[in-house]
Design a protein around this ligand. Structure first.
Ligand code: ADP
Ligand code: MG
Length: 347
């Protein structure tokens, strides 16, 4: 995370002032930049846009983000996700086509990744206290009980359009893909509102299009995994998205061990041999799901996995020989991190 941002990556050189588009002629409607910040989905969102009516575009984008928070949140009792989870073990529920399709894509990520990504991790998130921020290392019996309530194969997308969870206590949690989906939706709303450039930043998930307010490429600070307010390097992107999963933001220390909120569904344990993963690629939703998946898979399995996903690339920050050092490993195609330490072992 850099500076005061709550996110794990953050655009550098953010212009909050209104700027006239370079080269705009008097006869053309003037396009200006505007920025707005709001909280949704448990995080701080920053949206900046260049448009003829930027504040209208911003309002529409935030209305969409709020709407999706209302459907996908497992914290809101009246959301579609909560209705589905309450029905676990029951006959199934009819959800909107949008949610059903998103769940379908989440299940595809689960299947393709051999269960490294699994949208039914809800019971494990509760067992480790990530839901209520009442963090604890669960005892063996609690862990086994939670593990028995995890598994994407308990989810059935039926021909009738219903989604059915075939076991009580299995809980769908789209925390690893929902924010990315909302970033893509907000970007598309900005475009529909006539924007020619913009950025949607949900902390760990961001997407950009068009030229930035300053310079020619958007720049993203990749936060140092262990040093608050320090940068590991800067990544430049002309368009597309970037997603980071890590243990720095949501997690706890116990006896010198860091337990982060990405769990390996196959063991029930928080992943401990990775500090962060940053993924770039065209879709924020796919990058979001991938950063979680690749965090679980690690580079040895993750780099071959990415070979089947053209357009996506990743960079892992891995522990080094001691707590003060770490290693960086990138997949082919990952842009060079500007200003990153030149050596393999950074401190
Ligand atoms: P962030 O929410 O910080 O952007 P991620 O995208 O990596 O980070 O999502 C982490 C969230 O995803 C967790 O809070 C939990 O809700 C869910 N989750 C944890 N482990 C997994 C997993 N292996 N597969 C799918 N979802 C997961
Ligand atoms: Mg994710």
């Amino acid at each position: 995370m850099i500076g005061p941002s709550l996110g794990k990556t953050s655009a550098v050189g953010l212009a909050c002032a209104l700027l006239l588009a370079p080269g705009a002629r008097a006869a053309e409607p003037a396009q200006t930049w505007a920025t707005q910040m709001r909280t949704a989905m448990g995080t701080l969102w920053t949206v900046e846009v260049r448009a003829e009516h930027p504040s209208q575009a911003l309002d529409k984008a935030f209305a969409e983000i709020r709407r999706l928070d209302g459907t996908l949140s497992t914290y809101k009792a009246d959301s579609e996700m909560s209705a589905l989870n309450r029905d676990a073990g029951g006959p199934g529920v009819l959800l909107s086509a949008e949610t059903r399709e998103l769940v379908g894509r989440a299940v595809a990520h689960a299947r393709n990744s051999g269960g490294a990504f699994d949208p039914t991790v809800g019971a494990l998130m509760r067992a480790w206290g990530f839901r209520t921020q009442d963090y604890r290392v669960p005892d063996e019996a609690t862990l086994q009980a939670a593990r028995s309530r995890v598994g994407f194969r308990h989810l059935h997308l039926e021909a009738s359009g219903r989604i059915r969870i075939d076991k009580a206590g299995v809980e769908l949690d789209l925390g690893a893909i929902g924010k990315g989906f909302a970033v893509d939706r907000a970007l598309s709303i900005l475009r529909q509102a006539g924007a020619t450039a913009g950025r949607v930043d949900a902390g760990g998930n961001q997407g950009v299009f068009g030229p930035p307010p300053i310079g020619t490429v958007w720049q993203f600070g990749i936060r140092h995994p262990r040093r608050e307010a320090a940068l590991l390097g800067v990544l430049a992107l002309a368009s597309g998205s970037i997603s980071t999963s890590g243990d720095a933001e949501r997690g706890f220390w116990r006896d010198g061990v860091r337990y982060g909120h990405v769990v390996d569904p196959r063991t029930g344990q928080p992943v401990r041999d990775c500090l962060s993963v940053t993924v770039t690629g065209p879709s924020a939703e796919v990058a979001d799901a991938l950063s979680t998946t690749l965090y679980v898979l690690g580079p040895d399995h993750g780099i071959p996995y990415l070979a089947g996903l053209p357009g996506y690339a990743a960079c892992w920050v891995l522990p080094g020989p001691d707590a003060d050092h770490w290693r960086i490993r990138s997949s082919p195609g990952f842009p060079a991190l500007l200003g990153a330490p030149p050596s393999e072992l950074a401190s």
